[in-house]
Design a protein around this ligand. Sequence first.
Ligand code: SF4
Length: 116
Amino acid sequence: MTELICIVCPKGCHLKVDEENGYKVTGNGCPRGAAYGEKELVNPTRVITSTVKVDSETTRRVPVKTNGDIPKGKIYDIMEELTKVTVQAPIRVGDVIIADVLGLGVDIVAAKKVSE
Ligand code: SF4
């Protein structure tokens, strides 16, 4: 039995996941918690948010995020990739900063507009 806090909504339900009984989840306040509990043990994923350097007259860094879930075990590898990047302003929200990062089928995209 594994105990988790559900992070899907602010309520933060205390989940128990029974790995020996088909990943049955108890303690969830809604079905989304059951899905989260099972996925967190079988295939944990996250959306990553961070910043990268930007060549601009108005700011030094621009917020970025993945445009989909990535395996939790790849977080530090992706953060390392982000340290290698400097983008050129102007940047629009949704501009692809790194396409198919680490071959995971997910892009790093800009989360904020940066003018020249
Ligand atoms: S189980 Fe449902 S109600 Fe509870 S924290 Fe997760 S999403 Fe929110």
